[in-house]
Design a protein around this ligand. Structure first.
Ligand code: ZN
Length: 262
């Protein structure tokens, strides 16, 4: 069986600007995540970053990406709309997508969700306890019913997302807040997973449970079917090609063979 091809996209800003972040992730968060995936088995992970031409996602790259992982925070606004559209189209066509931590405010996530995706937050190094809410879900495979991260940023409800297809994890924070920290969606032919942990000043992506969740999520989000060529196609079916014989009747707005409105 061929390996699942993953591209880990990182904005790679704080890794360069902050000595603290560089200390935790000397090769960047994207590389840390890719390394863990490459060690997980059955996955071949590469990276792409904001500063590269086309943000590392030139035409063709997403066609060769089964699952895209996105981490962004300080530079959401610098991501070009053309690339956001490219990512959106790829998801609609069948590419899997995993959005991590502050990617809740990334352009592609907001575009795919269609809601503000806002939340409450606090950076105080609190303990986060993640609870499985769906023990049999493939993204939770091999995980204990609950596990902890000693230091994390708090994200709290209300979380301005559409109602998820499934909620796989909820988080509790030391300060008392709770949060839907692992949620799934289908968007077009693509599967989408949002996973909350991963504040850049903490070693979250070195944590074995977190690495397992991300690897599980890659396998879950992978869609082996061929990509849809045009996920937005809305073809007109002429009377002559209807499956059952029909006779046209009543008034008509559209001319035969017309493109239709968009
Ligand atoms: Zn953060």
């Amino acid at each position: 069986m061929s390996r699942i091809r993953v591209t880990v996209w990182g904005e790679n800003v704080h890794e360069r600007k902050s000595a603290v972040v560089r200390g935790v992730y000397p090769q960047g968060m994207h590389q840390c995540i890719a390394d863990a995936l490459n060690a997980a088995g059955g996955i071949e992970a590469g990276t792409a970053t904001l500063d590269q031409p086309d943000h590392g996602l030139p035409p063709g790259r997403l066609e060769e990406t089964d699952v895209l992982i996105w981490w962004g925070h300080a530079a959401h606004g610098e991501v070009r709309d053309e690339i956001v559209e490219r990512v959106t189209q790829a998801v609609w066509s069948g590419m899997g997508a995993i959005f991590l931590h502050s990617a809740h405010f990334s352009k592609p996530f907001k575009r795919l969700m269609g809601t503000p995706c806002n939340l409450t937050w606090r950076e105080a190094g609190e303990r986060e306890r993640l609870w499985l809410t769906s023990r049999s879900h493939p993204i939770a495979a091999g995980l204990p019913d609950h596990f902890e991260l000693e230091h994390e940023e708090m994200y709290g409800e209300p979380f301005g997302i559409p109602d998820p297809m499934e909620t796989v994890f909820v988080s509790w924070f030391q300060g008392g807040e709770v949060f839907r920290s692992g949620v799934t969606y289908k968007r077009g032919a693509g599967k989408v997973f949002y996973f909350r942990p991963g504040h850049e000043t903490y070693p979250t992506y070195h944590d074995a449970n977190i690495q397992r969740v991300i690897a599980n999520a890659v396998r879950w989000a992978h869609n082996p079917a061929p990509r849809l060529a045009d996920p937005s196609a809305a073809p007109n079916i002429p009377v002559e090609t209807a499956l059952e014989p029909i006779t046209e009747r009543g008034p008509k707005l559209h001319a035969a063979g017309e493109e239709g409105y968009r």
